[in-house]
Ligand binder design. Structure first.
Ligand SMILES: N[C@@H](CCC(=O)N[C@@H](CS)C(=O)NCC(=O)O)C(=O)O
Length: 205
């Protein structure tokens, strides 16, 4: 039997969470290896791109969360078979990666420097990506990003929208999603009610 070990930070979100949900939806057992930030400091020197998530398949390490989403998503029935719908799915996942690239540039800043960087983010890239994601959701029919059903793209966007709605990013207005991409608010509610998502979180209790 193939062994799977997914290493990521110890919280229910971020880049690994869509993969964890997809594993559960596929009924595939995996080792959910959760590490602390100090542990990551130790481990990063041995990872290929100095980052997590890392997925080990029979001991061989794979990086890049979107590639993992596609791979496990296919086994879970959470990735489109149709090429165009797969392209739509990939576009939304790629947009989240790009957005995260800009968001993390503000991490580690403090005080006025943080405030200025976050205000620039809000007026700039965050607005661009929220409006773009709203357009992608509209293209998908309004409910999902691709294939008229939940895919790994929905799980990936859901994680980041939920994070923005939680108001944990200082100087990022908590109503920004509602103002710029209202469809994403309804999208979060839709995804968190999906029986596969509900079952995953029930399994975590
Ligand atoms: N493109 C990579 C990005 C991975 C990445 O940047 N992961 C973050 C955590 S979510 C990380 O390990 N950051 C460490 C650092 O930047 O020092 C992926 O999608 O897996």
């Amino acid at each position: 039997m193939t062994s799977y070990k997914l290493t990521y930070f110890d919280f229910d979100g971020g880049r690994a969470e869509p993969i964890r949900i997809a594993f559960h939806a596929a009924g595939i057992e995996f080792e959910d290896h959760r590490i602390s930030f100090p542990e990551f400091g130790e481990m990063r020197r041995t990872t290929r791109f100095s980052s997590v998530p890392v997925l080990e398949i029979d001991g061989a390490a794979i990086t890049q969360s979107n590639a993992m989403c596609r791979y496990i998503g296919k086994m879970a029935g959470l990735y489109p078979e149709d090429d165009l719908q797969a392209l739509y799915c990939d576009e939304a996942m790629g947009a989240i990666e790009d957005l995260l690239h800009y968001v993390v540039q503000t991490f580690g800043l403090e005080g006025e420097e943080l405030k200025a960087a976050r205000e620039k983010l809000v007026d700039g890239w965050l607005s661009v990506y929220l409006k773009g994601l709203q357009a992608l959701l509209t293209r998908g029919g309004g409910d999902f990003f691709a294939d008229n059903r939940m895919t790994v793209a929905d799980l990936k966007v859901y994680m980041q929208t939920k994070s923005l709605l939680s108001g944990t990013l200082d100087h990022v207005p908590v109503d920004i999603v509602q103002r710029l991409a209202p469809g994403l608010v309804a999208h979060v509610e839709r995804i968190e009610k999906d029986p596969r998502v509900v079952a995953y979180y029930a399994s975590r209790q």
